[in-house]
Every structure is written in C-alpha cells, then in structure tokens.
Design a binder for this molecule. Sequence first.
Ligand code: XIL
Length: 451
Amino acid sequence: MSMTLRRLSRAATAGLVAAAALTAAAHSAEAADTLGSAAAGQGRYFGTAVAASHLGEADYTATLDREFSSVTPENEMKWDATEPSRGTFTFTSADRIVDHAQSKGMDVRGHTLVWHSQLPSWVGSLGASDLRTAMKDHINGLMGHYKGEIHSWDVVNEAFQDGGSGARRSSPFQDKLGDGFIEEAFRTARAADPAAKLCYNDYNTDGVNAKSNAVYNMVKDFKSRGVPIDCVGFQSHFNSNSPVPSDYRQNLQRFADLGVDVQITELDIEGSGSAQAADYTKVVEACLAVDRCTGMTVWGITDKYSWRSSGTPLLFDGNYQEKPAYDAVLSALGGSGDPGDPGDPGDPGDGTASCTATYTRTADWNSGYNGQVTITAGDEPISTWTVTVTLPAQQSVSSLWNGTPTWNGNVMTVKPSWNGTLAAGASTGFGFTAAKNGSDAAPTVGTCTAS
Ligand code: XIL
C-alpha cells in the first residue's frame, strides 16, 4: 500500500477506531477482568508481541482481542522484513498487524528502526556516507508509511555491549558512523513523525549495572543537549541466569527522573507455576510504582509461539489456558475477574484440566541421544496426562523412564508411571534414550492432554 493510500484508508476507518476504543473503555468501567482493562484502570497499557502469520488462528486472535490493549509486531517491522533491498519497502505483514490493532482500538508500538540484527547484508556493505543516507531513508520510509499511527517507536535497539565496560556494541552503524549515529537516528525520527514517542530499547539494562549506566548517561546527555528522546524501553527477558533484578523499580525510577517515560517492552520470564507468577508480580508492581512507567508488553501471547518456547515464559500456555502467572499479573493490576472465568484470582477455577509439554535433548553422542519431555499442569490440578512423541522414522527408543509408553509405528504415546498427579502449574517429566540410526533430527512433541 502506498503512503497516500494508507493515509486515506486510515482517515476512512478513523470513525470505526474511535468506536472500538469507546467499547473498550465501557468494558473497563464494568469489570476489569482482562489484562488490558485492568491496566487501563491503572492508566497503563498492557501489550503483546504479535506475529502476522498467527492472526488466522482463532484462539490466538480471540486471546489477543480479549486481553491486550497494545501490540508490537514481533518481526514484521524490522529492517530485513521492510526493506530487504535498498529502496524497496514491503509493508504487507506489518500492515496486517496495524490494521488489525486499529480495528480493535489497540495502540501499536513500532519495533524497530535501527538495529544490528535482522539487518539485510546490503546495509553492512555500504560506505559511511551512503550508510548514513540509507539509515535516514529507512527511518523516513517506515515512519512516513505509519505516520500518526504508532504510539511509540523503538528508534534504536541494543546499541550497547553486554558485560562490564558499558561500551557501544560493534555494528555497521557504530563502526562506520561512530557514537553519533544514535542521535542522528533520533533527530531524523522526530522530523519524520512528530506525534510518535521516540524510545531507546535494550536488554540486560533492567537493573542498575554497567550497561544500564551507559544508557542512562546517554539519555542524560541527550536531555541536556536537546536531542529528541521520549522513552526508554526495558526488554526484560528473564530466566534463571538473568532473574528479575532486586533494584528493577529503582532503575526504572532513575530513568524516569531524567524526564523520559519508561516502558517494559518485551517481558517474558522462563519458568512455571507459583515461582513464575511471583516474578511477574514483581515486574508489574515495579512498573506501577513508577509514575512514568506507561505500560508493559509481553513478548508473545502463548508459550507455544514464544521465541523461548522451551522456557514456557508467557502468560498463556500452549492451549491458551491462563497460567498462574496470568492470575498474578491480573491481580497485581488490580483486576477482578468475573466468577467462573478460567484462572481468575480467587476463583475455584473452571475445572478444565490442562497441561503443556516441552522437549529438550539432554545428552548427545554419535549414535544416540537422551531426550527429556517436561509436562506442566495448567491452572487446575491434574491426576493424569498423555503426550505423543513422534520420532524420525529411522530412530528407535531403547529405554524410557518416569513414563509408560505404547507404540504405533514411530509414534509413542506416553502416560505417567508414578507421576500423574500434579498441582496447578507444577511440572514433572519423562526421559528416554534413542538410537539415531543415521538421523539426528529432533522428535516432535504433540499436544498434552490431562484430566
Ligand atoms: C526476536 C523474535 O521474537 C524472534 O521471532 C526472532 O527470530 C528474533 O527476534 N530483542 C528484540 C526482539 O528486540 O526484536 C527480539 O525478537 C528478541 C530480543
């Protein structure tokens, strides 16, 4: 769609968008029983990353439309997706997400304009002056296409190195244009769409550390020199190696004190059950304690499509059941579910037993490997579970423990041996040894069913 057409169609649908927003507001006044409406009650948005390719899946879209008030395209606005060759812009997938969000009255975060990753190779091969022009053209191309339609843009993503130094990360932009590329990007972005909030976004900056200090000093410098910047995004991808920092709130607050908004932009926390729920509570409480923390985005709707799916880091399991983490977030947002909604805090539950299964290879040698399948109960306690595992045709299983298999060709159906009974959110699993017989491919784990 050309820029002009897009603007025309945007104007034509503006009435519809306003109507949808009104419906959402009316809903929140009645009962804050969803993430979006509960967050709205706190003056915040609650968003999710969305992949255009899943919008045709009824449960995915129903969950998105019911729960979330903001979306971030997970990959569709990145440089490789939007300008795969110089000057040729493609917006088909990103437009699908933006159009869907607008039809439901949701905000859109733009992610991301200048980043070293998911960057087409032609960019890296340009000389400095050409690269500067290409960077500005890219910013103008995207921000022009979506002018007036994006709540906040991640103008520059991940420009600092991990580790103790607080140095800039090597990238074509850094290496050829120097530190100044960041402010050039922000100045270009301000001119391209003055209505959009302009964010710097990064990871491992969630607590006070050398990397967040370096970002802090940059933002402070930008504010003192009048370089346009409105917000800082904290990705907040957490797991046991990178837990929710104890000084998360203090860190958000010190950035806010510089005069920028802060946003939690890509939240996910690996784990399950009550421990995962408690970590989500910490994050929501930290954001709510900081006036300028304007919203939170989780990095996906369902564990099954998470970029870290083996860590089950999201609020809905693979069957779109609300996890304990969902209840914890809704409750921390002050939400009060309707009795009978599955998983609402304080409810007895809807009685639907569910489970999810994830696979990891735990050992590997020339002729064989060990696999482990982890079973996690959903919102309800369960007394038994069933999982199918399909092996590549050549492979054969020589032993299996903590489960009872039956075979049909290369498909094994596994039920518990002693470990059928699980509390809500609790995990167990079974392991097996397989002979590769020439195929190193991974088995496929089917849907987990429970009762
Ligand atoms: C990830 C997506 O979730 C994946 O689908 C993709 O393969 C790689 O990128 N930091 C970011 C996000 O800013 O854009 C990344 O998203 C996750 C880390």
